[in-house]
Design a protein around this ligand. Structure first.
Ligand SMILES: Nc1ncnc2c1ncn2[C@@H]1O[C@H](COP(=O)(O)OP(=O)(O)OP(=O)(O)O)[C@@H](O)[C@H]1O
Length: 261
């Protein structure tokens, strides 16, 4: 269960943005979808504890991570949240293995034997064994994404937050890594909240999509409902003129961004 209701404002002196976002769902894969500047990244940062809302709450899997009324604000490092940043944010001077192990170590704490085993398992299961001693700059985009994903999972998160997980990848690789991510989610069994601009990501991975606009959640589409599925499935039979991206046309219509065919 992910239950988010947050109000916060950010300002750089000249501009101010007010976020007032709320959504709650039992669905395992949640997409936050919407135009640039809608407040999706700020929402993810507030869930992770990187930003503190002035009001509201963040509850994940029955745990209260933030509740303004009850003065609860679990520090980011204790939230058990895995965060995959848009550009992966890998440390260029560390090897693949060191990157994955990073959150499990510190200046004073060396990698414990059980953590080292976990890191090695992740390296193996993400197909990174051959490059475990390489640095990120020598890896392909897809390999870098796998390292970032393995790093996000290393500290056994209770939820995985993904900010545009496929944005940096070419279209061919994107489909392959969507499949891999779906398989990883099945394997680790934790919920995911994913930001995306790409309708195909929503269709391939999400159980529910929340459309964000102007700092608010303005609509939800339950992709598990038979009716929604039927509309998406019927997209495959639309006339040739619309065949370029039929899924996009339909989902845009459902999310209120255009006309249904
Ligand atoms: N510190 C800040 N000061 C002022 N405005 C900010 C600050 N941080 C973010 N914003 C603004 O808040 C709005 C929402 O930002 P956010 O990054 O959440 O958008 P987004 O929906 O994730 O967009 P994108 O899809 O382009 O990443 C944007 O207009 C952004 O410019």
């Amino acid at each position: 269960m992910i239950d988010v209701a947050i109000q916060l404002s950010v300002s750089d002196g000249k501009r101010r943005f007010d976020l007032d976002a709320a959504f709650a769902t039992e669905a395992p894969v949640v997409a936050l979808y919407g135009p640039s500047g809608a407040g999706k990244s700020l929402t993810l940062q507030a869930i992770a504890g990187l930003l503190t809302p002035r009001a509201g709450h963040v509850r994940v899997g029955g745990k209260v991570l933030f509740d303004a009324a009850q003065s609860v604000n679990v520090p980011a490092r204790d939230r058990q949240v895995g965060y995959l940043f848009q550009s992966y944010a890998l440390f260029p001077h560390l090897t693949v293995r060191e990157n994955i192990a990073f959150g499990l170590t510190s200046w004073v704490k060396r990698l414990a034997p059980e953590d080292a085993r976990r890191v090695d398992e992740l390296i193996e299961s993400f197909g990174l064994s051959a490059m475990a001693r390489s640095r990120p700059a020598t890896l392909s985009g897809g390999q870098q994404q796998r390292v970032a994903l393995a790093r996000a999972l290393a500290c056994k998160p209770q939820v995985l937050l993904l900010d545009e997980p496929f944005a940096a990848l070419n279209p061919m690789l994107r489909q392959q890594l969507r499949d891999e991510l779906a398989a990883v989610r099945q394997r680790v069994g934790i919920p995911m909240v994913m930001i995306t601009h790409d309708i195909d990501d929503v269709l391939a991975l999400a159980n529910i999509a929340f459309l964000m606009e102007g700092g608010q959640v303005v609509r939800e589409v339950d992709l598990d409902r038979a009716e929604s599925r039927e509309r998406v499935r019927s997209a495959l039979n639309v006339e040739p003129a619309r065949r370029a991206r039929p899924n996009e046309i339909l989902l845009r219509a459902m999310l209120g961004k255009g006309k249904a065919p």
